[in-house]
Design a protein around this ligand. Structure first.
Ligand code: ACO
Length: 334
């Protein structure tokens, strides 16, 4: 069996910054409330003419440059997103076109904030079975366009951006050690975008009732997220015969600082072993883990041989964990 490994990372976020103080002018909120309840200080927002495929393509180019591979070498492109450019074709097809990756098959996956880890699970198996040898996996979102900017309960939480990885065949013990993916559709209403699909199609009533915007019962999601992410972390370590002390870094989905702190505490992980960058980007759903991973990689926060755990939770509900033995990626990672 061939072991899949990450050969390069990249990310791209919009230039436009929206701070908590900017939000104070939009809705009845304060920087103090947002910072204490979420840990978020600012988020990036796409400008006119910028789409999910825009950031996905930029992040992909950076990951490919780090991995030292060309677009022609790619067998497959997957984009994890809940905010595609269009309902169809897949945003992955637009990225394929932008990159001129002529040989690559391309499709999207929808698993909300767990999308990137669902993608890793698919890619790991395609590489192990020999169905693909060079894959581009991207998590990309423009959540600002499905955010209700009149709803203070949700508008302070989300941001836009993309993160990408190039995955190939690993050397020795390095690479993806395990992937675990889960879902429970009975909770679908806790976090969803009611329109525009065939239940609430593109008619005036859907717009008038604000059904095109994301809706969330934050409190319920919070409790379920902590429990599911803790279980997913244990599942990853136990299935590899490893313990919490073996872990060098946890990169959790960046939804809320309080969720991340609660998981770190329940797992008994030191604070410096948990990667957090949500103060600058907010919750970027499927893009959150690959953006954090790229930052950790480029700043030398993860080194060859490190044991890194990704842990995610999101709409669906979906949750997932992926354990990786890190391999040197280009010159950024000594
Ligand atoms: N500013 C000021 N007050 C606010 C704001 C705001 N921006 N938002 C809500 N409030 C108020 C509420 O109206 C409520 O007031 P009330 O008591 O008078 O009714 C009060 O603050 C408390 O509201 P809660 O919802 O109980 O606040 P909570 O502490 O739970 O924080 C939050 C809300 C931040 C949404 C939190 O529940 C959370 O992070 N949930 C999980 C989000 C998540 O992980 N999502 C999963 C991934 S996302 C994806 O898959 C796309």
């Amino acid at each position: 069996m061939k072991r899949a490994t990450i050969l390069g990372t990249g990310s791209a976020v919009p230039a436009k910054v929206l701070t908590n103080f900017d939000l104070e002018r939009l809705v009845d909120t304060t920087d103090e409330w947002i910072t204490t309840r979420t840990g978020i200080s600012e988020r990036r927002i796409a400008s006119e003419g910028e789409y999910t495929s825009t950031f996905a393509t930029r992040a992909a180019e950076r990951a490919m440059a780090m991995a030292g591979i060309t677009a022609e070498e790619l067998d497959l492109i997957i984009v994890a997103t809940i905010t595609p450019d269009f309902p169809f074709p897949a945003t992955a097809c637009l990225v394929q076109h932008n990159l001129k990756a002529a040989r690559a098959a391309a499709f999207d996956i929808s698993a909300a904030c767990s999308g990137f880890l669902y993608g890793l699970s698919i890619v790991e198996k395609m590489i192990a079975t020999g169905s693909a040898s060079k894959v581009l996996l991207i998590g990309a979102e423009v959540l600002s366009r499905i955010t209700d900017w009149t709803d203070r309960n949700t508008c302070c939480l989300f941001g836009d951006g993309a993160g990408a990885v190039v995955i190939g065949i690993g050397e020795g013990e390095a690479g993806i050690l395990s992937t675990h993916i889960h879902s429970d559709g009975s909770y679908w209403e806790l976090l969803h975008q009611p329109g525009v699909g065939n239940r609430n199609p593109a008619v005036q009533q859907t717009l008038d009732n604000r059904l095109v915007f994301l809706q969330m019962q934050g409190n319920e999601v919070f409790k379920l997220a902590v429990r599911a992410m803790e279980e997913a972390a244990h599942e990853a370590l136990q299935s590899n015969g490893l313990g919490i002390d073996d872990l060098d870094l946890l990169i959790p989905h960046q939804a809320n600082r309080r969720i991340i702190d609660a998981i770190g505490k329940r797992l008994g992980l030191a604070e410096d072993k948990v990667f957090v960058n949500l103060q600058r980007y907010g919750n970027t759903s499927a893009a959150s883990i690959p953006i954090a991973l790229d930052e950790a990689n480029r700043t030398g926060r993860i080194m060859a041989g490190n044991l890194v755990l990704f842990d995610a939770f999101g709409g669906g509900l979906t949750w997932a964990s992926v354990l990786v033995r890190w391999q040197k990626t280009g010159k950024e990672n000594p």
